[in-house]
Design a protein around this ligand. Structure first.
Ligand code: XMP
Length: 506
């Protein structure tokens, strides 16, 4: 396995994913909290960083245990660190080097095997390595950066100024493969199939005959987690699928049927009325979230109590939720929306926790699901927020508003599917605005609701761009919504990026 020491670069997770794409297992740890078993890792990658090695708050990793003993690939900040503290020198670049560059010189060496001069690389740095550290040989240059790569002789320590993990470094994958497979001797055996096999065995071992409770949401993560556990312990997995009345049209029924078809031991609990009751009259987005969070926990707790002798609570937590992030820029990050609101500690939370996907990135969760033959309609599903349509109905929530939005959403989402656009969009949905506007239908004046459609491209929801959907599609969808959905006479399309807008409107 590969250790990635994080110095706070925005690309660190990308390094992790690129390594895994080569079917090699990787773990990300903060540079100042390296894992105890560091010598168990066959190779180490040092990430980039927003910091400067010349600044006051330099990130000093403890490399004594590994440098010269294990293969190291130092990227950007990592490379500058090795130079600056290894007898070389680093100074500010004349210009901030950002974006594409081409390697104009490559010395023949293992790291650059199968990579030719002219190869495009991605640069993002404001310091540059003026003098190489002691014992180093230069391996590659670009027209602007003489020391774009170097190796420390007598060690398997390599350093590069550019970012091989970024897509724009055309041969980045080849370079990582050269380092990991040819230089470090790692085997490419980390595949979805092998993950399923080892995880199912480990779960069997860990859980024995214990009963496990799992909350299904209809989403990819909880569904794949359930399938893994089902393979391991069968009927001892008790799944609970709660209808909060804020799901998409027919979703509760359809998804429940799908789960049953997968052989899962699942109980559908329709608590719609209770959620709507508790939400009545509340317009504040954060309060709506809190109510939904609390009621969900109450309903789930009641259901969990019905499973006698349960020992474990299974969760679909994935790797990006647990990677410890390095905060090098300081300052608390503002709570923009309270995504997870847990009041008190309900009984089911006293169970031991099992998280079979804890070490997987989202795309790996999908591939693991596919390797268990799960249906594409589950694996390819867009993300959907826990509070559901409640945060897409601006203002207070009523059964009638939910009905309207469910109809609108269904026209939009089915349309995306029919037009082959659904898989090209990361997330899509409709918002019911607290606005009435005037229209005409036939000879009648109408005064009805306005809905906004939103479709975004994203990789993780942290940033997003609106999707350039075909005008023809928007035209047809708008017509269909206004003609079919009673109570709506106006449709608009949201063309805001995140940031500064968010994906959801509340
Ligand atoms: P925003 O609106 O913050 O959304 O740009 C980013 C992603 O998070 C989802 N989202 C939520 N998910 N509970 C959730 O489980 C929430 O309260 C919540 N709010 C937003 C949103 O759908 C998008 O995928």
């Amino acid at each position: 396995k590969v250790l990635i020491l994080d110095f706070g670069s925005q690309f660190t997770q990308l390094i992790g994913r690129r390594v895994r794409e080569l079917n090699i297992y990787s773990e990300i740890h903060p540079y100042n909290k390296p894992p105890k078993n560091i010598l168990d890792f066959k190779a180490i990658i040092l990430s980039g960083s927003p910091l400067s090695v010349r600044g006051d708050d330099v990130a000093h990793p403890e490399l004594d245990e590994i440098k010269g003993k294990k293969p190291i690939l130092a990227i950007c900040y990592g490379a500058q660190y090795l130079a600056h503290f290894g007898g070389g020198s680093v100074s500010p670049s004349n210009t901030r080097e950002y974006g594409r560059a081409n390697l104009s010189y490559i010395k023949e060496n293992e790291l650059f095997d199968h990579i030719s001069e002219g190869s495009q690389v991605w640069m993002s740095h404001s310091d540059t390595i003026k003098e190489l550290p002691t014992g180093a040989t230069m391996l590659a240059s670009t027209p602007d950066v003489e020391n774009a790569a170097f190796k420390i002789e007598g060690e398997q320590t390599y350093a590069i100024q550019f970012h091989p993990e970024v897509y724009h470094s055309k041969d980045g994958k080849q370079l990582l493969e050269n380092f990991l497979v040819h230089i470090s001797g790692l085997e490419q055996t980390w595949t979805p199939d092998s993950f399923v096999e080892t995880t199912v065995l480990a779960l069997k071992e860990k859980l024995g005959d214990d009963r496990v409770i799992l909350g299904l949401s209809g989403g990819v993560d909880s569904s794949v987690a359930a399938m893994l556990l089902h393979k391991a312990i069968g009927k001892n997995l008790h799944c609970i699928f709660v209808n909060n009345g804020l799901l998409r049209k027919n979703e509760f029924h359809d998804v429940l049927e799908q789960y049953e078809g997968m052989g899962l031991n699942v109980k559908g609990v329709d608590a719609s009325a209770r959620f709507l009751d508790e939400l009545a009259g509340e317009s504040d987005p954060e309060k709506k979230r809190k109510i939904i969070g609390r009621v969900f926990i109450e309903v789930f707790d009641d259901e969990a109590h019905l499973v006698e002798n349960a020992k474990w609570l299974a969760q679909g937590t994935i790797y990006p939720d647990v990677i410890e992030s390095v905060s090098v820029t300081g300052g608390p990050s503002a709570t923009i929306k309270s995504h997870h609101n847990v009041g008190g500690l309900p009984d089911f939370m006293k169970l031991k926790v099992v998280e079979p996907l804890k070490m997987l990135f989202k795309d790996e969760v999908r591939r693991v699901g596919a390797s268990m033959d799960m249906e594409k309609s589950i694996l390819g599903r867009h993300p959907f927020p826990g509070p559901g349509l409640a945060i897409r109905i601006l203002g207070d929530i009523t059964a009638e508003k939910v009905r309207i939005l469910q109809e609108v959403d269904a026209v939009f989402i089915n349309g995306l599917k029919e037009w082959g656009l659904y898989d090209k969009v990361w997330q899509a949905g409709a918002m019911l605005l607290p606005v009435n506007s005037v229209g005409v239908m036939g000879d009648e004046r109408t005064y009805e609701k306005c809905v906004a459609l939103r479709a975004v491209e994203s990789t993780d929801g942290m940033t997003a761009d609106w999707v350039n959907l075909p005008y023809e599609f928007l035209q047809k969808t708008s017509n269909e919504i206004i003609n079919k959905v009673r109570g709506v006479n106006r449709v608009v399309y949201d063309i805001s990026s995140k940031p500064p807008a968010t994906i959801e409107w509340e």
